[in-house]
Structure formats: structure tokens, C-alpha cells
Design a protein around this ligand. Structure first.
Ligand SMILES: [Mg+2]
Length: 210
């Protein structure tokens, strides 16, 4: 019987909306059209986060209230998480997003025990200061791919879920891929096989070996 490991992106993948984008839209730092055309490469994604969040003026309380209001998990995440926990299957988040929203959102969903990799951020009077200590030796897309490789090396059949361009290298590496939005488009162009990510039901069926 196959043993599965799930590695997933956070923004717009585990959650229905991209939380980073929603925060910047809420603070009127960017527009929907600008987001559409804002970044196509890995470095641009990281720089986009640093430069845009530097303009977000908020307080920890206001910030948390907003992110908890907008963050909704994709359907069937709870069942999948529960099954992975019971069967001791790795379920890990790799994100270019910020710890200061991922942590409270996971806690609010009851998933505070989920391991995640992300940027670290601090709310200051001058804006949100974002840093990527994990990416000193890595590009974001390579880092995500390295986590898929990590589980492959341990003998797992890997399932990766993503929605963005920085998910592409991990997507190429995974044994089973669920993709949507920009990642799905990139996979179409590069002829990488995937299943459209709608919710976590199909993934639950796979890990249950159904
Ligand atoms: Mg994403």
C-alpha cells in the first residue's frame, strides 16, 4: 500500500482566497488588475510581498480580526487533516506568505499543529516588515520543491497542491498534482499533468486508497 505525504501552498490553495492579496487590496495598496499582472517570477513574488507589506499600516489586533474574517478553508480540509493525523501521514504547508496570518488562521481552523514554512513578519508603526530567512540559500520555488523532494527521499508518494507560479517547481516534482489558477495555466503550457484543485475531497479519496 502506498504511503502518502501532502505538501501544500497556503494562500489561495489551502484557503479559498489569497490572504496576502486580500490584505493589500483592503489597505488599497494594490488593485485586482495590478495583482493579475504583478509578478510572473519567483524573485518578483518575494519582492512584491516585502514592498507591499511595508505600506500596510495596521495594528496586531486589527490585522488578526481582518485575516480571520476573510480566511476560509477549501472544502473537506478538515476531513483530510483528520485522516492524515490519524494515519500519521505528513501534511505540510510551504508558503511565501506571512507567519503572522498563517498561524492565527490555522489556529482558528483548529489546525494549529500543522507544520508550515513561510516568511516571518512583524507589525511596526511604519508598516509590516517582511523577511525570508528560509530563502537565504533558496529561491521560493526551489524551496517548495525541496520539501516535495524531502518526502520523496523518505519513500512517500507525494501530493502537491498549489495555485501560483512559485508552486511550479514543486508541482513538476510531485507524484500527484492538484493545481488551479496561474499554476494550472503554467502546467497547461509546460504540459505538466494535474487535476484541477476544487476542494480536498479527491485528495482524501487518494490517501484513503479508495
Ligand atoms: Mg498561493
Amino acid at each position: 500500500m502506498k504511503k502518502y505525504a501532502i505538501v501544500t501552498d497556503f494562500d489561495g490553495t489551502l484557503t479559498t482566497k489569497d490572504i496576502a492579496h486580500e490584505i493589500c487590496l483592503h489597505h488599497e495598496i494594490t488593485s485586482k488588475d495590478q495583482i493579475q499582472t504583478s509578478y510572473d517570477t519567483d524573485d518578483e513574488a518575494k519582492n512584491w510581498m516585502i514592498s507591499h507589506f511595508a505600506q500596510v499600516k495596521t495594528t496586531p489586533k486589527e490585522f488578526e480580526r481582518f485575516v480571520l474574517k476573510i480566511a476560509k478553508p477549501r472544502k473537506h480540509l478538515k476531513e483530510l487533516k483528520h485522516f492524515c493525523k490519524t494515519e500519521k501521514l505528513p501534511f505540510e504547508i510551504v508558503s511565501g506568505g506571512l507567519d503572522i496570518y498563517i498561524k492565527p488562521i490555522l489556529k482558528n481552523m483548529g489546525f494549529e499543529d500543522t507544520p508550515f514554512f513561510s516568511a516571518t513578519a512583524k507589525i511596526s508603526d511604519d508598516g509590516v516588515i517582511v523577511s525570508y530567512p528560509l530563502l537565504e540559500d533558496y529561491r521560493l520555488d526551489d524551496f517548495k520543491a525541496s520539501r516535495v523532494q524531502h518526502y520523496k527521499d523518505l519513500g512517500y508518494t507525494t501530493i502537491f497542491c498549489g495555485d501560483g507560479i512559485t508552486d511550479f517547481r514543486a508541482a513538476e516534482k510531485a507524484d500527484i498534482l492538484f493545481a488551479c489558477r496561474s499554476l494550472a495555466k503554467a502546467c497547461d503550457i509546460e504540459e505538466v499533468k494535474y487535476t484541477e484543485l476544487e476542494d480536498f475531497k479527491k485528495i482524501l479519496e487518494i490517501v484513503k486508497n479508495k
